[in-house]
Ligand binder design. Structure first.
Ligand SMILES: [Zn+2]
Length: 358
């Protein structure tokens, strides 16, 4: 059963090729859903109902071809198809439903990411949105991790520049936030360093010369590493606020993370000076004798410059955020991501940070 999240202009030949290869291997192919937006509760419920109606059972599997939206939709529906205690995924989401748990093994998911960004092919959660009432929450279970992640950078070559910039900055945000998270651990940190070593020199070329293969390959691998890192270490403030920007202001996940990253670094720098200095030294070849404060500042300045280079706005007003929305943004930023942020932020502090960004 296939979930397709490719842009319509490129979907037809790619999906036809994949379906033909599966049929040639004797596998029955069913096109189950097409999605062009971040998945909502209704999307998951509809797809899960269809899977149950088709008597999806062991032996069936989900193939998601697309960005994080298609992969997360497939992961969530794969779990709901085999766990019919409720007809809505909302009852399984963190803090918003009846707190039901996934008990039966989900259908296996094979993920083929077509954007280099979310790393959803390597995470154990699926992010699901709802606009009324507004929330953006995760369905979590170790078993919704895709069984196979097939990362083919060729699929990302046709992604437009703006989406390449936003999804690439999402991956970079995930690599940095997981590295400095309160839940950071040494092995995922090593993955983050390697991911940043690939992504930082490649993102501008991937945006500006989209057809060039080597930057696309670097970004695809960095995104996969970012998923592995965040699945083990959590995230931070940029992702916390990004969820709120998504549901209240309809800002795409990647763009929201990209706008918040420079501010999140400045807010956390005093508590993570050592880590940011270490990143700067290993990624930018700084003199080992450079004081930590100066090296950490160099790291923040380089990220600022990278955001400007790939066209990320620095002000929330550029995303359509209005001053009267700030209280809603503060309230909806308190998800699992925020709990990994090094600095504890009061509502008053977060309010003044967001107001200063308007
Ligand atoms: Zn992200």
């Amino acid at each position: 059963m296939i979930v397709d999240g490719l842009p319509t202009a490129v979907a037809e030949p790619v999906m036809a090729e994949i379906a033909a290869a599966l049929r040639a291997a004797g596998i029955e192919v069913v096109s189950a859903a097409t999605i062009a937006h971040e998945p909502e509760v209704g999307d998951v419920d509809r797809l899960a109902a269809e899977l149950r109606q088709r008597d999806a059972a062991p032996g069936d599997f989900m193939l998601a071809v697309g960005g994080g939206a298609a992969i997360d939709l497939a992961k969530a529906a794969a779990a709901m198809a085999t766990n019919p205690q409720s007809t809505t995924v909302r009852d399984y989401l963190e803090n918003v439903g009846r707190g039901l748990q996934i008990t039966e093994a989900p259908l296996p998911v094979l993920a083929m990411p077509s954007t280099a960004g979310t790393g959803a092919e390597a995470t154990r959660n699926a992010v699901i949105s709802c606009y009324d009432p507004p929330f953006k929450k995760s369905l979590r279970d170790a078993r919704i991790l895709p069984r196979i992640a097939l990362v083919d950078p060729e699929l990302t070559v046709t992604v437009p520049a703006a989406v390449t910039a936003a999804s690439g900055m999402d991956a970079i945000t995930q690599l940095i936030e997981s590295y400095i998270s309160r839940k950071a651990q040494p092995i995922p940190q090593a993955l983050s360093v390697q991911g940043l070593r690939l992504a930082l020199p490649a993102i501008a070329a991937a945006v500006e010369q989209g057809a060039s293969r080597s930057p696309r390959e670097a970004m695809a691998h960095a995104a996969l590493l970012s998923g592995m890192a965040l699945a083990n270490s959590g995230l931070g403030m940029a992702h916390g606020v990004a969820a709120a920007l998504g549901i209240h202001c309809r800002v795409s996940h990647g763009l929201a993370c990209a706008v918040m990253l420079p501010v999140a670094l400045r807010i956390n720098r005093p508590l993570r000076q050592f880590e940011l200095a270490e990143l700067a030294r290993s990624l930018f070849g700084l003199d080992a004798k450079m004081p930590a404060a100066e090296a950490a500042e160099t790291f923040c300045a380089q990220i600022d410059a990278l955001c400007r280079r790939v066209g990320v706005p620095s002000r929330l007003s550029a995303l359509g955020v209005r001053p009267e929305q700030v209280p809603d943004l503060v309230r909806s930023s308190r998800g699992a991501s925020m709990s990994g942020n090094p600095r504890e932020l009061s509502d008053a502090e977060l309010t003044s940070i967001l107001e200063a960004m308007l």
